[in-house]
Design a protein around this ligand. Structure first.
Ligand code: GLC
Length: 399
């Protein structure tokens, strides 16, 4: 089921060797021959997908979305459609098969990323004006019908040989409408969810990088947001510009409390390792996420106006409890709810798990002379904000 989940995005391909960007071929103007021979030398001798899977689990994640093929066209599985794949490198093993086995063994769902642009395929779709459609290898042979047959053959391999696939992440909308691709996907994997970057409408939308949605408490369709721990690249990058814990946690809290899934990306290096630096930047976020006790996963948006002033928040509910997400933290150590359904049984600060004090009271800033007894506010106080200044504050209320 597509209840909202936290997942790990993994951008990994031979481009990790350069340590620049997953699109280095185009963005850094690497000569094509050099790039392609580099791919054919790819030898990630330390690749151990169980380590990735265990790291994802440690971070509270429930699925991994893996780049089977990025724009460069180099395939990370045993494809029969092109020689440009991992089986023909010194490594010579099906990296996707290994990952799918590791996911199965440790109970993680597997999703696949697949790029529509293919800068290697001789008939690659290549209107140069369109984003990410960098010059195909044989410019004059562009043929979108052949390309679609090629994609269908690859998708058939991917959705037949690697067990259950949770979601399909097409990348770069091709600007051609052809529902037969998603139909094929659904025929091969009836329970799959498909994103909105493919050849016809999919099931869920994919906001990327920054928080784009208005401050609404819910999304109008299924949503999976994504970002990377680093700002410059999705693939492994030496000297990456890593986001702050606060920046990432704030976005994750906003998206997930409003019902969206969230993919946080890491880029393993050319040996197949998620380096200490990437791990550290992932775990600083996971440290906060894991203290949320699962409140973000499967959260349902709650549109109630609790009448809270001074702080931005999103409310969600789960198992009859209300969660107030102060995604930018709190400016002071208490919050007051003008509207509340009943006297709470228990109030907790999820950041440290401690119970919070509360009382029904009138507060000086709210008092007007006509206040009645029943207009008392629910005043939650003594919140340890300074210890959690770099993360969203989440309060759990059991009514
Ligand atoms: C953008 C980038 C691409 C990356 C993707 C992840 O489309 O261009 O390189 O794989 O975002 O969502």
């Amino acid at each position: 089921m597509f209840n909202n989940k936290f997942g790990m995005f993994i951008h990994w391909g031979a481009y990790a060797t350069l340590g620049l960007h997953e699109q280095a071929l185009a963005r850094y103007n690497v000569p094509r021959d050099e790039y392609e021979s580099m791919c054919m030398q790819f030898n990630p001798t330390d690749y151990d997908p169980e380590k990735w899977v265990l790291l994802a689990k440690e971070a509270g994640m429930k699925y991994i979305c893996f780049t089977a093929k990025h724009h460069d066209g180099f395939c990370m599985w045993d494809t029969k459609q092109t020689d440009y794949n991992i089986m023909n490198t010194p490594y010579g093993k099906d990296t996707l098969k290994m990952l799918s086995n590791a996911c199965k063994k440790h109970g993680l769902l597997l999703s696949l990323y697949y790029s529509n642009p293919d800068w290697h395929y001789e008939y690659g779709y290549n209107p140069e004006s369109k984003s990410h459609q960098w010059a195909a290898k044989y410019k004059n042979q562009v043929d979108t019908v052949k390309l679609r047959d090629f994609i269908k053959a690859q998708i058939t391999e991917l959705l037949t040989n690697y067990g259950d696939i949770y979601t399909l992440f097409w990348d770069i909308p091709p600007c051609i409408y052809d529902p037969s691709l998603n139909e094929l996907v659904r025929k091969l994997q009836p329970n799959i969810y498909i994103n909105d970057r493919g050849w016809s409408e999919g099931d869920f939308s994919t906001p990327e990088r920054e928080y784009e949605s208005p401050n609404s408490a819910h999304f109008t369709r299924m949503t999976e947001a994504c970002n990377s721990v680093g700002q410059q690249s999705w693939g492994f990058r030496k000297n990456e510009n890593f986001y702050s814990k606060r920046h990432l946690c704030c976005a994750i809290d906003r998206y997930m409390s409003a019902g969206a899934s969230y993919l946080l990306n890491v880029g393993p290096n050319d040996k197949g390792v998620i380096t200490d630096e990437y791990r550290k930047n992932l775990m600083k976020v996971a440290d906060w996420y894991n203290r949320m006790e699962g409140a973000l996963e499967s959260a349902e948006a709650d549109d109630t106006d609790y009448g809270i002033r001074h702080n931005k928040y999103i409310a969600s509910s789960k198992n009859g409890k209300t969660y107030l997400h102060f995604y930018e933290g709190l400016i002071s150590s208490s919050v007051a709810l003008q509207n509340y359904p009943s006297v709470p049984k228990k109030v907790r600060l999820l950041n440290n798990g401690n119970e919070l004090m509360y009382e029904l009271t009138l507060l000086p800033e709210f008092i007007d002379m006509n206040k009645l007894e029943q207009d008392k506010l629910l005043h939650i106080y003594g919140i340890d904000i300074d210890n959690f200044a770099d993360e969203p504050i989440v309060i759990e209320i059991q009514w």
